[in-house]
Ligand binder design. Structure first.
Ligand SMILES: [Zn+2]
Ligand SMILES: [Zn+2]
Length: 327
């Protein structure tokens, strides 16, 4: 098994896809992030970024295309919530159509409907030619709760009530339910071999920082955080643009405050406003770096490798060399 924990960004844009000349550098696909923990693939959200990711997985994962007698090719897809920018790529996710694929699809129920119903309705015959049941993969669709833990170890993928006595090889995923977004949102903390990635999209900062989120993200190696707005946009100081306070998204400053307070190793600004061009996003990165040095604006193709630290030196001392930014 590969020792590497790797993150790759396939969709980084919030709200709706934004193709065009002004978004070439950072990309226009809606949220989807791939995490590889050894040979296990975890996907965060199914915005349109999951479409090119699906093609890549279908091409490079032999088990997905394997014959009936082979072990199924397993993938774990986690939804932060069910807003359409986080689900709209799923009907075009190639592995979902592959008979040897087994998809574990976990996330929160909607406010009025179950997660399964929402996904089925997204592909009702009125709105899409193929329903969930027409997709040949086998699907384990489960709504999960904040108190539960998602585990992927030698025994496969499952949801447990407590993460006690798991092997070192287990990928352990904890859930934080945030109310800082309309309808609520799940923040995930994915840990493998002592390294942690926190995925906190679609969340708005609080005055004095979101203390529950800071606690949940404490000492994470990588924090992927919503940073949809320029501060002046959020506060309604931009000509012709209303304040976006209460929309459920953060400013660069809010993202940096959470990163600094939680002592995260690396901050990745995420869920970019669809009206922002590459130049605006580059300026947001400069602002972020002045507030929290290890900041980067997510772009399609950005990759981070977290190499497990075999030395007895403490993890925090080793942080500087753990990151290999490839993209
Ligand atoms: Zn969103
Ligand atoms: Zn949302």
């Amino acid at each position: 098994m590969s020792d590497e924990m790797r993150i790759k960004f396939w969709g980084v844009r919030g709200s709706y896809p934004t193709p065009g000349a002004g978004t070439v550098k950072y990309g226009g696909n809606t949220p989807s992030v791939e995490i590889q923990a050894g040979d296990r693939t975890i996907i965060l959200d199914a915005g349109t970024g999951i479409i090119p990711l699906g093609r890549e997985l279908a091409r490079t994962t032999p088990a997905l295309a394997g014959g009936a007698r082979e072990r199924a090719g397993e993938l774990l897809l986690l939804f932060s919530h069910l807003h359409h920018d986080h689900t709209q790529g799923f009907p075009f996710f190639v592995p979902a159509y592959m008979p040897n694929a087994k998809l574990h699809i976990y996330g929160p129920d909607g406010t009025h409907e179950s997660m399964k119903n929402v996904l089925e309705r997204n592909q009702s015959s009125e709105t899409f030619p193929l329903g969930l049941r027409d997709m040949a993969s086998s699907k384990d669709i489960q709504a999960v709760r904040e108190s539960q833990v998602i585990v992927w170890d030698e025994d496969g993928v499952r949801v447990v009530e407590s993460a006690n006595s798991l092997s070192d090889e287990a990928v352990v995923i904890r859930i934080h339910k945030s109310y800082a977004h309309p309808g609520g949102v799940f923040v995930y903390r994915i840990t493998w071999r002592g390294q942690s990635i926190v995925y906190a999209t679609d969340t708005e900062g609080y005055v004095g920082t979101d203390k529950r989120l800071v606690k949940f993200a404490k000492d994470a190696d990588v924090l992927i955080h919503d940073a949809q707005y320029l501060d002046e946009h959020y506060w309604g100081q931009m000509e012709g643009l209303p304040s976006t306070q209460g929309y459920g998204h953060s400013t660069v400053t809010m993202a940096c405050e959470v990163a600094a307070s939680s002592h995260t190793g690396q901050l990745i600004l995420f869920h970019h406003d669809p009206s922002y061009t590459d130049d605006v996003l580059a300026s947001m990165e400069r602002t972020a770096k002045s507030l929290f040095a290890n900041s980067v604006t997510a772009y399609e193709g950005l990759e981070f490798s977290l190499i497990p630290n075999p030395s007895p030196i403490g993890r925090r001392e080793m942080k500087a060399v753990q990151y290999a930014q490839n993209g």
